[in-house]
Ligand binder design. Structure first.
Ligand code: HEM
Length: 417
């Protein structure tokens, strides 16, 4: 691969500096199917500075340390290369640092905990059963449209209190907004596209109205709980609630879609592992953990260096963006023996980093784990002889939120009993 190729497999515009080979390979669209050899090269070079102001980190131990390091900020707008140096337009707590992050997150976690995740299992099962049965008539399932999108979307909408009929709108905005989560791997990458900005504006208008409705008539849903939550005299203002709704809907949905897609693919490509799951449904939670390690739905996140320092043999300068390759950490041979082997019975010597670590550890990890374990258990139990349709899998263009855009599975039937 030539060092002059730009990301997404397109030729570099004249005003853009050439990407180094390792980055060009990773961002090349034709490598979406299996980015792990390229992530592996970056891991071996880690920490690695491909451009001014950017350091790429791919080793499990280094990523884990950066995520827990108070000298690293989650306020991405502070980066020297940030296209929005004055701050994000919506202030969600994913981009805040302690102590502000701690206060804000605690309030949201308090509201979230009002609906105990474990108690949602029967409802999640009911929705998943309905989706499998609804898709059963053709002999082919489009896993993404029939299961992976609707299941987490319905769950998060029901939790938030979003009316049933509005889900298609939100699905559309959410998918568009995800394109803004791409990594800062080229001079113009990581910027919000006009479509993504419009999707965010639509979300804001939508949730403003819903927040007003819930304030006038509270219900047993997350928006009403967010409006009512209070700790040590602290409350969330409307702006915080709005940003949290968008974050929960987007973070809680696009990611889980990809985890379901990646899981179905991994299981059907490793039939012996799928057989183990079918023989013992209690392995479903372990299968979910192994997919998170093996093919992480969120491949990357970033931090900004607050003050000059060092990571390994690399100098860090204040304002540098540190790109953390969570997907590469899952295949780190220093932590996981034979890391490219998919094994649902594997003992994980160290926790995977697919849900991050430290203060920003995913707030919805428990919910995502539960949803996907139920989906996999039913996938194993209900489908008769599921197999991948040759040529029926296509990957999304996204580099960060990794998963199939379409995934056709042929079946001989769906058990309804
Ligand atoms: C497979 C599914 C999921 C994956 C892989 C995932 C991954 C992540 C990651 C990597 C982060 C931290 C990013 C960072 O450190 O910069 C994060 C944060 C977060 N996630 Fe998830 N997530 C998933 C599902 C969910 C769900 C279902 C929800 C909620 C319903 C959710 C809500 C959040 C929130 C609110 C944060 C921000 C936490 C903070 O900044 O303190 N996520 N997630």
């Amino acid at each position: 691969m030539s060092g002059t190729a730009a990301g997404n497999g397109e030729a570099a515009p004249a005003d853009r500096p050439a990407l180094p080979d390792e980055i060009a390979e990773l961002t090349d669209l034709s490598n979406r199917e299996d980015p792990y050899p390229y992530l592996g090269k970056l891991r071996e070079r880690s920490p690695y500075r491909p451009f001014e102001n950017l350091v790429v980190v791919g080793r499990h131990a280094q990523i884990s340390a950066v995520l827990r390091d108070p000298a690293m900020s989650a306020a991405r707008h502070r980066a020297a290369s940030s296209p929005t140096p004055h701050g994000p337009r919506t202030r969600n707590f994913l981009h805040l640092d302690p102590p502000e992050h701690t206060r804000y997150r605690r309030l949201v976690a308090g509201a979230f905990a009002r609906r105990k995740v474990g108690n949602l299992a029967p409802r999640i099962r009911e929705i998943a059963l309905e989706l499998f049965r609804g898709a059963s008539e053709t002999g082919t399932l489009e896993i993404i449209d029939d299961l992976a999108y609707p299941l987490p979307l319905r769950v998060i909408c029901e939790l938030l209190g979003v009316p049933f009929e509005d889900r298609p709108l939100l699905q559309n905005w959410s998918a568009t907004l995800s394109t803004a989560l791409e990594p800062p791997l080229g001079p113009s990458a990581g910027r919000m596209t006009p479509d993504a900005a419009r999707a965010r504006a639509s979300f804001v208008v939508y949730f403003q109205k819903l927040i007003e409705e819930r304030r006038a008539a509270p219900q047993d849903d997350l928006i009403s709980h967010l409006l009512g939550v209070e700790e040590d005299g602290q409350r969330l203002d409307d702006h915080d609630i709005l940003a949290t709704c968008v974050l929960l809907l987007n973070a809680g949905h696009e990611t889980t879609v990809n985890l379901i897609g990646n899981a179905v693919l991994a299981l059907l490509r490793h039939p012996e592992q799928f057989d183990r799951l079918r023989a013992d449904a209690a392995l479903a939670p372990a299968a979910v953990e192994e997919v998170l390690r093996y093919d992480a739905p969120v491949q990357m996140t970033t931090r900004v260096v607050r003050q000059d320092g060092r990571l390994g043999d690399t100098d860090l300068r204040a304002g540098d963006t540190v790109l953390l390759l969570l997907g590469a950490a899952g295949r780190d041979p220093d932590v996981y023996p034979d890391p490219d082997r998919f094994d649902i019975g594997r003992e994980h010597a160290a926790p995977h980093l697919a849900f991050s670590a430290g203060p920003h550890f995913c707030l919805g990890a428990g919910l995502a784990r539960l949803e996907v374990a139920i989906a996999l258990e039913l996938f194993g139990a209900l489908l008769v002889r599921p197999r991948l349709r040759p040529g029926g899998t296509a990957y999304k263009r996204n580099l960060n939120l990794r998963g199939p855009a379409s995934l056709l599975v042929d079946v001989d039937g769906v058990r309804t009993g």
